[in-house]
Write a protein that binds this ligand. Structure first.
Ligand code: DI6
Ligand code: FE
Length: 404
């Protein structure tokens, strides 16, 4: 009896991003078949059963199909915006000066605390829709603009809510250790105590976090404080990630590796010992060229070192109101290539397979492989390099999330 499918896409060129194939894992004359939202076939038409029985057959007319894109590091849910701070920076103030003067993250915290969950959802949806419009099917969203239990929970439930409003997978990350709130009176240790004993257990209890993150930096938290957060996360069975070595080298990459973090993110100032530690722990390097560009950072992440050591590299927008008001993964890829000298295969893997790995969901999405969710982006392009090469042009033809 003929095998039955819900939908098949044929006459396509597949960039599978499979790990067992070189470069992009290209399959010409490709077919993808889906059943119950999952990929049940992704390969060459010559291997596809000719008597397949399907409800819907979509002719891709030679278009390219990649895995649906994954934005594995965003702060998409927040109140207000920081356009005024941008104007101040144009007059000469630095990001760190603004942060130390009570602006920066803390001003977004005030706006987020003043927002209802409905306000937060309404603010985030246009940003999410912009990502979706470029073929994104999975988005990670962090908290970290509440900095008290009530608002952190509101931010995370707004993040989960946008995922119910749109056909997209949302992964949430608790980032209570993002900045020191004004009421902490400068006492970082006491605040970290609150994160570990108050906020984190409440967030975990509510089932609102898939992972836990921290901002380890001179203007944020030390290695010791970060380690306390990580121990508390691990005790609750939650995987960790880290904003590491963005503005200075405090050994964040190595600390992340010590805790087998899913990813260490930013990494502009990471050294060789950090890269070597990351490869041992399988920690993904999430590179965020939007933040590098927007705060006019001059030290680049050591992409050559990551490549030489075999560290997996992902790319993400870091969409946030202060250091990366970016809602384009296509532009993030162009910046990854132009600013960081990543090649086309690295950029495309960075927003698909490696993004999935950085979220701990590589078994579910990120490559065109049987058994995974059928998350696809179908493109009007002649070659995959166009996705990286163009600036401000969106060649998405259509997008499929969980088989639809
Ligand atoms: N690193 C960043 O670049 C953002 N957060 C972080 O930990 C900045 C967030 C902001 O300025 O609002
Ligand atoms: Fe970030």
């Amino acid at each position: 009896m003929a095998e039955r499918f819900d939908r098949i896409w044929h006459n396509a060129r597949l960039a599978t991003i499979r790990e067992d194939l070189p470069d992009l894992g290209v399959i010409e004359h490709g077919v993808i078949a889906a059943r119950d939202g999952r990929i049940v076939f992704a390969g060459s038409r010559s291997d596809f059963p000719s008597d397949a029985d399907t409800s819907e057959r979509i002719d891709c007319e030679g278009r390219w199909i990649t895995p649906g894109l994954i934005d594995c590091h965003t702060h998409l849910v927040f109140g207000g915006n920081r356009a005024h701070e941008f104007e101040l920076r144009l007059q000469g103030a630095s990001y760190e000066e603004i942060a130390r003067a009570g602006g920066g993250i803390v001003s977004t915290v005030a706006a987020t605390r003043a927002s209802s969950e409905a306000d937060l959802v309404a603010g985030a949806l246009p940003r999410l829709d912009t990502l979706i419009g470029e073929g994104v099917t999975t988005v990670e969203i962090k908290s970290g603009y509440g900095l008290n239990t009530e608002t952190e929970i509101r931010q995370l439930s707004a993040a989960r809510a946008v995922g119910r409003d749109r056909p997209v997978s949302i992964r949430t990350t608790f980032l209570g250790a993002h900045a020191l709130p004004p009421e902490a009176d400068g006492d970082k240790d006491r605040y970290i105590e609150l994160v570990c004993r108050g906020m984190l257990p409440a967030v975990a209890q509510a089932g609102l976090a898939d992972a836990v993150d921290a901002f380890m930096e001179g203007i944020a938290f030390s290695g010791d404080q970060t380690a306390r957060v990580f121990r508390a996360a691990k005790a609750l069975g939650l995987p960790v990630k880290l904003h590491a070595d963005q503005l200075s080298n405090l050994g964040g990459a190595a600390l992340a590796a010590e805790f087998s973090a899913l990813s260490a993110d930013h990494l502009e100032h990471t050294d060789e010992a950090g890269a070597a530690a990351m490869v041992r722990s399988g920690t993904v390097a999430v590179l965020l060229p939007g933040a590098f560009y927007f705060i006019r950072e001059t030290t680049k992440p050591p992409v050559d070192l990551f490549r030489a050591h075999g560290v997996n590299m992902a790319l993400a927008t870091d969409c946030n109101p202060g250091s990366s008001p970016l809602t384009s993964l296509l532009l993030a890829m162009n910046m990854g290539a132009t600013l960081f000298r990543m090649n086309v295969a690295e950029c495309l893997a960075g927003v698909t397979r490696e993004g999935a790995r950085a979220l701990g969901i590589l078994g579910e999405t990120g490559t065109l492989v049987t058994g995974k969710w059928c998350d696809l982006a179908i493109w009007d392009i002649e070659r995959p390099a166009e996705l990286v090469y163009r600036i401000g042009f969106n060649p998405l033809h259509s997008r499929v999330w969980r088989g639809r």
